[in-house]
Design a protein around this ligand. Sequence first.
Ligand SMILES: Nc1ncnc2c1ncn2[C@@H]1O[C@H](COP(=O)(O)OP(=O)(O)O)[C@@H](O)[C@H]1O
Ligand SMILES: [Mg+2]
Length: 240
Amino acid sequence: MLRVDKLSHSFSNGPEITPVLSNIDFNVNKGDMVALLGSSGSGKSTLLNLMAGLMKPTEGNIFIAGHNIVKMSENQLAEFRRKHIGFIFQAYELISNLTVRENIELPLIFQSVSSSERKKKAMSLLEQVGIPDKGLMFPSQLSGGQQQRVSIARSLITEPSIIFADEPTGNLDTKTEEEIIAILKRLNREMNTTFMIVTHEREVAVHTKRIITLKDGNLVQEIPQTPSTNEILVEEGVTT
Ligand SMILES: Nc1ncnc2c1ncn2[C@@H]1O[C@H](COP(=O)(O)OP(=O)(O)O)[C@@H](O)[C@H]1O
Ligand SMILES: [Mg+2]
């Protein structure tokens, strides 16, 4: 589903070059739910933005559903992103003057999907994320947790190959965070959606099947999750 191949990235600001990611290699299978951990500044968002095709790496390749997104032109990439990649932001990024349902339908407006079909899909997703009665409201009328549910529904409407989430619970209280993680887990299980979730919290990570940890731009640790690994991590009180 996803293959990251010898990926390196540096930001250049005039003569100043900041290396951020160094020779990152890993695979994600269809239906996996992977947590990407690391302290602030370790390069998590940079890696996620590269994998989502929001910028090009300095070196290396990224394959999604067999296509190398690094080699695509801007136009090819824009179309590929619309069809294959979903993104969930920490700050929801909903459009304030569109209703909840219109926000969810938005990714389909660029594809030739009829308005009745769009509506049907949006209503079904609203149900999936547990807010079936909020379709006609505006984002500002919803709580943070509800807005993140809308953003999750929006990311799913194109049935993407993979969904990237950058600290999706970073702005939420603990109880709401647990609800959002439960929704992501259920979608992963029931719809077999592939998720890669950036977090700096070990508690979120113990819910996922796999943990990848970045330290100073290097992949330092990869733990395939099994129930027993979860228990060990919890018992040892491992934190980041
Ligand atoms: N556009 C940019 N220009 C220069 N440096 C950047 C840019 N974006 C991020 N960085 C630097 O890259 C490093 C990793 O940032 P980031 O990927 O946002 O880390 P994380 O999401 O793990 O907190 C940081 O040192 C940050 O300052
Ligand atoms: Mg970040």
